[in-house]
Design a protein around this ligand. Sequence first.
Ligand code: PGA
Length: 260
Amino acid sequence: MLMNIPKKLIVGNWKMNTTIAEGSVLFNNLRKDIGDLADCDIVLCPPATHLFSLHRELISNKTKTSFKLGVQNISEHEMGPYTGEISASMVKELVDYVIVGHSERRKYFNETDKTDSQKLGIAMRHGLRPILCVGETKQERGDGQAKQAVLDQLNTALRGVTEKELKDLAIAYEPVWAIGTGNFAKPAVVEEMIMLVRNTLAQTYGRIASTHVRVLYGGSVSAQNTKAYLNLQGVDGLFVGGASLNHNQFSAIVKAATSV
Ligand code: PGA
C-alpha cells in the first residue's frame, strides 16, 4: 500500500508575548539559526499584531523558505458586530495556518467543541490550514476519562470536515495538564493517545485518507524531549509554546526534528 509520508511540522505558539520589535528580532534570529530551508515545515504563530510585518519580511526575502505564519485564533463568524474579533478573511493574505481550539481559549474565552467546529469550517472555507488542539484535563485523566474527552472533542470538531479537506488539517494532542507546566507527558501516554486520534480518523475517513493528517504532540516540549516524541510511531511534529520564545531552544527543536 502506498503511504504518504508528510514532512514533520513544528509549530511555535508565541501566545500573548513579545512586542512587534521583539517579535522581529526573534524571527530573524530563528532564520539565522535555522536557515531558510529546513527539512521540516515550521509554522510561527505570533500575536496577530505582528503578522503584517512578519509576512512582509518573509515575502521580501524572495527565496524559498520553510517558515510559514499562523494566526492563534479566528472568529467563528464571517464578519459583523463582533468587537475585537479577527475574521479568517482578514488574515488569509498573511497566514497559511490557524490554531483552533487551544485549551487556553477554552479556559479563558469559553470556547467549546461547537465553536471549534465552526472555526474549523470557516478556516477551511477560506483556504487556511487548521491546527486543531485536543487534549484532556488533569481531572479527566484522573477519572479515567482521558480517551473519551479527546474523542468527544475530535468527533464534534470534525463534523463537517470532508475527506478532501483532510490534507489541510493537522491535529495537536495537547494534554492540558502538560501545557506550560514543565510536566510533559510520558512518551507511552503520547503514543497511546496519538494512536487513538489516528484510529478515529481512519474509522471516519479510511486509513489512506487519514494519513494525510499530521498529528502532533504539544505540552512542555523542549530541545531535551523532542526526539523522544518524534521517534514515536504516528507523531508527525510538535506544538511548542514556551520554548518557541527562545531562539536557541526553538532552533534546537527544529534541528532535532530534521535529524529524526
Ligand atoms: P508549552 O505550551 O510548550 O509552553 O507547554 C504549549 C501550548 O501552547 O499549547
